[in-house]
Design a protein around this ligand. Structure first.
Ligand code: ATP
Ligand code: MG
Length: 396
């Protein structure tokens, strides 16, 4: 397997801890990625040093996750998460360990991790520590729970989402026992906070295989958010036909679920999953636009842009192309590239201009709207003199 070399600042964290007499290893996702020849997006270190000792060795560190033994070390203006070897107590809420205790050995720390591929540690010099066979599982492209999968999912139900998300991201298959335990333990997902569920679903939607959402749903992991699961014949493969953008993928998922009667409307589905208000607004506008006929002329695109805004119309055009084929997005782009006016902001006259020629109150608003409608139809006439004369005044 190709092995990526960690950058200097990361090696420095490891060697400094070692020089002070502590054990220190790279661990988790970064080791998995390195073993796969992929550049890690962040670096996690585990160590025998206690959090206070880490803080003392690296005075510029931040105690952001200190409750769980994690200290964020700032080095060369980069951040490295350094976590003390720990074990976790019982999980009475299926989400958080009741108690975290620090342990002196690496294997105990690795045994609390979710999957074998994420339970490999790499010292700055020397051989990988791989007590659960994670290297072999990476080679075989297998996601396997560390220890008994039913117990591990009972401890933290989010691990079931993580299994499917990694499977979609890496193209690995989920080992049989682990997969069977997901089906058995899926009802525990109802107890997870919507924010954690949302973050995992979003990562899956942005993976190279977003259509694997259908497995998440078939397993029952989203039951708490759906009226019913997808019918057996329904697939979500069209998710892949919209570009890999958060907004597009949430809008498309909502659309496909609504089409199958799994949700009532995008708005309440996304609200319950605690999406931000801008995404919710945009996805529900997108759903409304998709119920309208496809604009056939530039003026119709402009009316839509005026009513719903560029983001929602773009999102709907992307979804429409993915659902029905066609070239809605291309048509929209050409309207946008034309620079033609579709909002009051770009109208050649302003409310002040109309005030100056004596218009007031509702008559002024109506006139602005009339002029905008006119200019959307006849873009070449977006000229101040002409619009003022249309409004009943003349340019001064
Ligand atoms: P990513 O590429 O998404 O960052 P990652 O494996 O680094 O993948 P993180 O959420 O950053 O995932 O977690 C870092 C490590 O912490 C994991 O590799 C795993 O060892 C451990 N871990 C994270 N979440 C859990 C969990 N819910 N249960 C057990 N171990 C976990
Ligand atoms: Mg990570």
């Amino acid at each position: 397997m190709a092995l990526i070399t960690p950058p200097k600042y990361v090696r420095q964290v490891l060697t400094t801890l070692q020089a002070r007499g502590h054990l220190a290893y790279l661990v988790g996702g970064c080791v998995r990625d390195m073993l796969m020849g992929v550049h890690p997006h962040d670096w996690d270190v585990c160590t025998s040093a206690l959090p206070e000792q880490v803080m003392e060795i690296f005075p510029r560190s931040l105690p952001l996750g200190i409750r769980h033994g994690t200290v964020t070390v700032v080095i060369e203006s980069r951040q490295v998460e350094v976590t003390t070897f720990r074990s976790e107590g019982s999980y009475s809420d299926h989400r958080h360990p009741d108690a975290v205790s620090y342990v002196g050995d690496l294997t105990t720390d690795l045994s609390r991790r979710d999957f074998t591929m994420n339970a490999i540690a790499l010292p700055p010099d020397g051989l990988v520590a791989d007590p659960f066979g994670g290297v072999q599982d990476i080679q075989d492209k297998i996601i396997r729970s560390v220890g008994d999968p039913d117990r591990r999912f009972e401890e933290d139900a989010l691990r079931m989402f993580r299994a499917l998300r990694f499977s979609a991201k890496l193209g690995f298959r989920i080992e049989e026992q682990t997969a069977a335990a997901i089906i058995r333990q899926a009802p525990l997902a109802a107890g997870l906070s919507p924010e954690r569920v949302r973050d995992e679903v979003e990562k899956l939607l942005l993976s190279p295989r977003p259509e694997r959402m259908d497995e998440l749903i078939a397993a029952g992991l989203l039951d708490a958010y759906l009226l019913h699961r997808l019918p057996a014949y329904a697939t979500l493969y069209r998710l892949n036909a919209v570009p890999r953008k958060t907004l597009f993928r949430w809008a498309m998922l909502s659309e496909l679920l609504e089409e199958q009667g799994c949700i009532r409307a995008a708005e309440d589905f996304l609200l319950r999953l605690r999406l931000d208000s801008r995404t919710i607004r945009c996805c529900s506008d997108c759903a409304a636009i998709l119920r309208l006929p496809t604009p056939a002329r530039p003026v119709e695109w402009k009316r839509q842009l005026n009513q719903y805004g560029v983001e929602a119309v773009t999102c709907a055009a992307r979804c429409r192309d993915a659902l029905q084929g066609g070239s809605s997005y291309r048509a929209l782009r050409s309207v946008l590239n034309s620079g033609e006016c579709f909002s009051m902001k770009h109208l050649a006259v302003t409310g002040d201009d109309l005030l100056a020629i004596g218009l007031r109150g509702p008559a002024l608003g109506d006139m602005l709207q009339f002029l905008l409608d006119y200019v959307m139809e006849f873009p070449e006439n977006n000229r101040r003199d002409l619009l003022l004369s249309l409004a009943g005044g003349s340019e001064e």
